[in-house]
Write a protein that binds this ligand. Structure first.
Ligand code: KIV
Ligand code: ZN
Length: 506
């Protein structure tokens, strides 16, 4: 028997972008949206059009450029928001307006400072207004898990009558337990007339670490849309991590009796892209996409996996597109070999992109004997970064002396936008500090370094180091990433990437 499909609704660009410290440009949002389309998500919530001109522009652009998924814009239950949402999504091949309003007493009273009757009217009239524009209308009673059940039944019944086609039940504050949440969904199914003609959706936050468990518990009792974000981004502790929800469904299909339209082999790539662009690195032991997710440390486990993979692996790493660690290329590999390997990994490059990638590959092969798929993924990320952000300043060289008995000193050579090379030196508290101070003397972009992180992309002494930083300028946060086998060079590249971003977007 054909399995029911669960609609996968991605809100990385809306709820995910609300994560403290994330600020995406329109171009970055479009890149993520295109990758989400490759992943096969059914709905992309591209933003909250009325919230800012930048959000409006991103929703509008994604609606025009990303044609397969449904494109949704969030809107409060006020006429102006619904109108803006429609203006932004009207070019989408499949537009959706998603209206929401608080429904719990605590939020109605203290946040909205209204009464339940007023909220009821706002919800119904906004759904009607959205419906006058667009067939596909989603309604969310915010804080549904702390909302009085009788009020919730009445509200949901009324918005179905007003034309809502998806009813989303958010656990806005991440308060519910899985059994309690599924019980609430079952009760809604029993007590809301007309519910069988609409899709029940869930949107769970992770304040108690239960967002994925709650989402899957809801699927088990009939929810047929799950909302979430790649890498579990989102307000506070985040939303349900979409890759975990998807692989939960995929791995336990028989038990849940449902499937999705997702191409799971795109999961790793999507996760990396989102992490790369947002600068939110992934914890090593994160389910599905953390670097340790498929690593076996204990002898017994290693022995078991070598004898039969399924002894200790419930998922095949290749099913999520995990780059295999087998040796692929080296110093003697040619352009054709690189192209074919990148194509196998899902990259389709133009000749000029291939030329650039090949140059970077040769450069890496001079310093690293064995180049694995993970190295190639990192190399392609660096290529993307350089093509995304105009290189107003280009790092040409960096030299550092440091040690336990000397003052760290750095000299950098940087090509400025006019094409001349500038050399500057500085001392610092450590080699990275010295490099950053030397760069500052050249670029003269006043900023504050908020965060600095370094991680190894692959194993071994010649591993590529991936540096991610966050700087702040005039209350806006800019991310910078850089990779190199030398972590001081990677640090310099990350800083240049962030500085170029500041200059490009100001
Ligand atoms: O968490 C929440 O309740 C939301 C709604 C806007 C759906 O993000
Ligand atoms: Zn949310």
């Amino acid at each position: 028997m054909a399995k029911d499909k669960v609609t996968i609704f991605d809100t990385t660009l809306r709820d995910g972008e609300q994560s403290a410290g994330i600020g995406l440009t329109t171009h970055e949002k479009l890149q993520i949206a295109k990758q989400l389309e490759m992943l096969g998500v059914d709905v992309i919530e591209a933003g909250f059009a009325a919230s800012s001109p930048g959000d409006f522009q991103a929703v509008d652009l994604i609606s025009k450029e990303v044609r397969n998924p449904i494109i949704a814009s969030l809107a409060r239950c006020v006429p102006g928001d619904v109108d803006s949402a429609w203006d932004a999504i009207q070019s989408a091949s499949r537009p959706r307006i998603h209206v929401f309003v608080s429904s719990s007493d605590v939020q109605i009273m203290h946040q909205l400072r209204k009464n339940p009757e007023e909220v009821f009217d706002m919800a119904v009239s906004s759904v009607e207004r959205a419906k006058s524009y667009c067939e596909d209308v989603e309604f969310s009673p915010m804080d549904a898990t702390r909302t009085d059940m009788d009020y919730l039944y009445k509200l949901l019944t009324a918005v179905i009558q007003a034309g809502a086609t998806t009813l989303n039940i958010p656990d806005t504050v991440g308060y519910a337990m899985p059994w309690e949440f599924s019980d609430r969904i079952s009760k809604i199914k029993e007590n809301v007339p007309g519910i069988d003609n609409v899709v029940i959706s869930v949107h769970c936050h992770n304040d108690l670490g239960l967002s994925v468990a709650n989402s899957l518990a809801a699927v088990q009792v009939g929810a047929r849309q799950v909302e979430g974000c790649i890498n579990g981004l989102g307000e506070r502790a985040g939303n349900a991590s979409l890759e975990e929800v998807i692989m939960g469904i995929e791995t336990r299909q028989e038990m849940l009796g449902v499937s999705t339209n997702i191409d799971t082999r795109q999961i790793y790539r999507t996760s990396r892209l989102v992490s790369d662009i947002t600068g939110f690195t992934i914890q090593p032991n994160k389910a599905i996409v953390g670097v340790n997710a498929f690593r076996h440390a204990s002898g017994i486990h290693q022995d078991g996996v070598l004898k039969e993979r399924t002894t200790f692996e419930i998922m095949d790493p290749q099913s999520i597109g995990w780059p295999s660690s087998s040796l692929v290329l080296g110093k003697l590999s040619g352009r054709a070999g690189l192209r074919s390997r990148l194509e196998e990994m899902g990259y389709k490059l133009t000749d000029s992109e291939l030329n650039q990638a090949f140059k970077a590959f040769k450069d890496l092969a001079d310093r690293k004997r064995e180049i694995t798929n993970a190295d190639l993924e990192s190399l392609m990320s660096s290529q993307r970064r350089t093509s995304d952000v105009p290189n107003l300043y280009t790092l040409s060289s960096v030299k550092v002396t440091s040690g336990n008995d000397s003052t760290p000193t750095a000299t950098v050579t940087i090509d400025n936008p006019e094409g001349s090379s500038i050399i500057e030196s500085s001392v610092g508290t450590g080699p990275v500090d010295a490099v950053y101070k030397a760069i500052d003397k050249v670029v003269q972009v006043d900023n504050e370094l908020l965060e600095y992180r370094v991680e190894a992309v692959t194993e071994g002494i010649d591993a590529i180091g991936d540096v991610s930083i966050r700087i702040s300028k005039e209350n806006t946060i800019y991310v910078g990433r850089g990779s190199d086998t030398d972590i001081i060079v990677a640090s310099a590249k990350a800083y240049m990437n962030a500085i170029n971003r500041v200059l490009a977007f100001n």
